[in-house]
Design a protein around this ligand. Structure first.
Ligand code: BEZ
Ligand code: FE
Length: 304
């Protein structure tokens, strides 16, 4: 009997010793791993995994269900669909890893989750260009500066931007090979940047697989707060992967992947039809929005 019959819910001494002896043996089995870091990771994994099991005390069918869940995540994963990243995201593990690796430095802009929809080699646009590439959505003028933590402008910083269209889909979620809602550009000599995008809308993370079923079973929504992705790189500075969020979005407190940080919530200011655009663009009778996002890059790790 696993549980001490005299004290239901309490594991008896003999049982505890049997369980601990197994933990110790598994830890010892990694004791000769030649790579110190591997040994450290596997030892901690063993300790925490067994602590989890000994706390939760799964039945054997429950453990099989857990293995079945991971198997289903493997089966749905392809070159275009990464269910394990989604799992990491909805458990907050992605954001915890980001927090660990992007320590706050001065007023450096905070990082957030990368997500699965970044694509290398998105088209280049000039300053003031349009990333929409035909993606439907309300135009949004985005502008700001890139500086270092001492306030110096960073000229020539590479800015990658990507976003979903107004229907909540990234270009790569369509089957027709389109490239839309993404581009890269470089800051000018004054560290400034500007481009046209589309006003972000909330959308669900892919939820037709095991991670979606997990959210559903837990009464959680798959919705992400509306956002626009940025990745900013410049020599000698820490690469920043982040988003901006839309102030007033009701999903800010329930983002499915815990990606929202207050410092990243920005005012997307409504512009009535007929309001002159900053670059003279003719928007006809459409309303549009504009947002400012000033980006501060931390020094690269090891550069102080
Ligand atoms: C995204 O923002 O693109 C995203 C992030 C995490 C999971 C799914 C999508
Ligand atoms: Fe996204």
């Amino acid at each position: 009997m696993r549980i001490d019959p005299a004290r239901p819910g309490v594991v008896g001494d003999r049982q505890r010793a049997i369980e601990q002896e197994l933990v110790d043996r598994v830890v010892a089995s990694f004791g000769d791993a030649p790579d110190d870091r591997l040994r450290e990771v596997l030892t901690a994994l063993t300790r925490h995994l067994h602590a989890f099991l000994r706390e939760v005390r799964p039945s054997e069918p429950e453990w099989q269900a857990a293995i079945g869940f991971l198997t289903a995540a493997g089966h749905i994963t392809t070159d275009r669909r990464q269910e394990f990243i989604l799992l990491s995201d909805v458990l907050g593990a992605s954001m915890q890893t980001i927090a660990i690796n992007n320590e706050a430095v001065g007023d450096a802009t905070e990082a957030t989750v990368f997500g699965p929809f970044f694509v290398e080699d998105a088209p280049r646009i000039e300053l003031g260009g349009d990333i929409a590439g035909g993606a439907p959505g309300r135009p949004c003028w985005v502008e700001g500066t890139v500086t270092d933590t001492a306030g110096n402008p960073v000229a020539g910083a590479r800015i990658e931007v990507w976003e979903a269209d107004e229907d909540g889909f990234y270009d790569v979620q369509y089957d027709d090979g389109r490239t839309a809602g993404r581009a890269h550009l470089f800051t000018g000599d004054d560290g400034g940047y500007r481009f046209w995008g589309i006003t972000p809308v909330p959308y669900p993370i892919p939820h037709d697989g095991p991670v979606g079923a997990l959210l559903d079973a837990s009464g959680r929504s798959p919705m992400r707060a509306a956002h626009l992705h940025f990745m900013v790189t410049a020599p000698g500075l820490r690469t920043l992967v982040t988003h901006i969020f839309v102030r007033g979005d009701e999903l800010l407190d329930s983002d499915a992947v815990f990606g929202v940080k207050e410092s990243l919530v920005q005012d997307f200011v409504e512009q009535r039809p007929g309001t002159p655009a900053p670059d003279g663009r003719d928007l006809g009778d459409r309303s549009w929005t504009r947002v400012r996002f000033d980006i501060v890059l931390a020094p690269a790790p090891g550069d102080g």
